[in-house]
Design a protein around this ligand. Sequence first.
Ligand code: XMP
Length: 513
Amino acid sequence: MPQTIAVLDFGSQYTQIIARRIRECEVFSKIYPFDTPAQALKADNVSGIILSGGPSSVFARKAPIPDPGIFELDIPVLGICYGIQLMGHLLGGVVAKSDHREYGKGTLKVTRPGRLFKGLPRRLRVWNSHGDRLTRLPKGFQPIGATDNSPFAAIEDLKRNFYGIQFHPEVFHTEHGVDILRNFLLGVCRVRPDWTMKDFVQQAIEKIRETVGSSRVILGLSGGVDSSVAAALIHRAIGKRLTCVFVDNGLLRHEEREAVETLYKKHFKIDVRVVDASATFLRRLKGVTDPEAKRKIIGRTFISVFERSVRTIGGGARFLAQGTLYPDVIESVAIGNNPAALIKSHHNVGGLPARMKLRLLEPLRELFKDEVRRVGEALGLPKEVVWRQPFPGPGLGVRVIGEITRERLKILRAAEAILHDEMMSSGWYWKVWQSFCVFLPVKSVGVVGDERNYAYVIGLRVVESIDAMTADWARLPYDLLQVVSSRITNEVRGVSRVVLDISSKPPATIEWE
Ligand code: XMP
């Protein structure tokens, strides 16, 4: 095992974020249950221990308490939030009980930089989320930072190498949070920053092999980043025992199905079965114009088609693999005032695994999107897959406004292919969040040669965004817009006009439906 930092999990929803920040410092960490025996940590030869935060109070009847032996191992310990209170409580300090939690921003005044704040400013904006607080230090500790609410917001015992901080260094709202962690890892625990995504891949492969044994695995491949990376990773681990199902719902973009076949089947030699269900989807969508009704039909049809495919193609598979990421497991921490967001359970494919007695295999479950991209790169997936723009599950179904017909899909695909082509050749594809066309069921008059052309309108939607929660329309160069517009009206039969969407989100949304 590489040099390891143990993160003891006391139930904070930030525990995975601590692990992520440690990965950012190029150090390997492993999350352990809070009550892991000290001797087990010693046996794993860990270089440092981090006590995570947690929702409990040290006074609660069932408060999670670690093995006190962890303080006897001669290994550095950093307590975060609940972790600092545990240190106070277990090492002979005094913790004051509080009935309400304190959330939000505060300012930390660093009174002594010590090792933890080495090289950092003396005032830091920090994020608090705690109930109880430390009022008397255990023997051997010194205060090194204070906030308005607490003279002991940061403490150290240099001799034993114990450190505690009342605030959360792992959340984005804390300034230099990752630097504080790095100081602990590199400066206190003295680990080398040499762990990379290649190491993650290697470890993940071993774990997949261990979990799966000699069984077969089935995976729904959408062509998006998450399922593609999961497929490539699992294929590395178990080769031919992975079967991927790609459902053609008839709502794919120009040559999308062919691209998936070429890349995964030909290039990666992955067993991909394409299920052409386009006729079923389009039949069920016939005459439907309401956006929500369309979404529901597409979602339900996908589940039934996929379920049937798993039964026929994946007969004998014991695992259903999914590209679930950590943000699918926990809601975004950036929403609202309180980053202590609610945990939601990930919705797997319609209860399919339970119904079919399949076990879930989710090798990316601990990672964040940008990390998954790096894993994809480490696995040799092309830039076009790893950095592709998001594409909604219901596909072109939410981009044909009104009724979905083959003719309309054909027009939209042709227009979209031109936009894509020009975005790629100008390099703008990589600079924006999403760029796509919308089919408008509106006819307008144009002229082609000497003839009146009464045909449809195509809308261009190109947006910039960080996380799709808000978005602004991209200021594309006029010359680029001009080429796209004239190519679409000249080359796509059935289109007489191209319009540009200049709405931001909010109040508009990114997709039109
Ligand atoms: P909106 O339109 O809500 O889109 O501003 C935000 C982001 O989500 C994508 N999107 C979807 N993705 N199923 C999906 O998988 C959907 O039904 C869906 N609707 C929107 C959209 O492309 C954008 O990135």
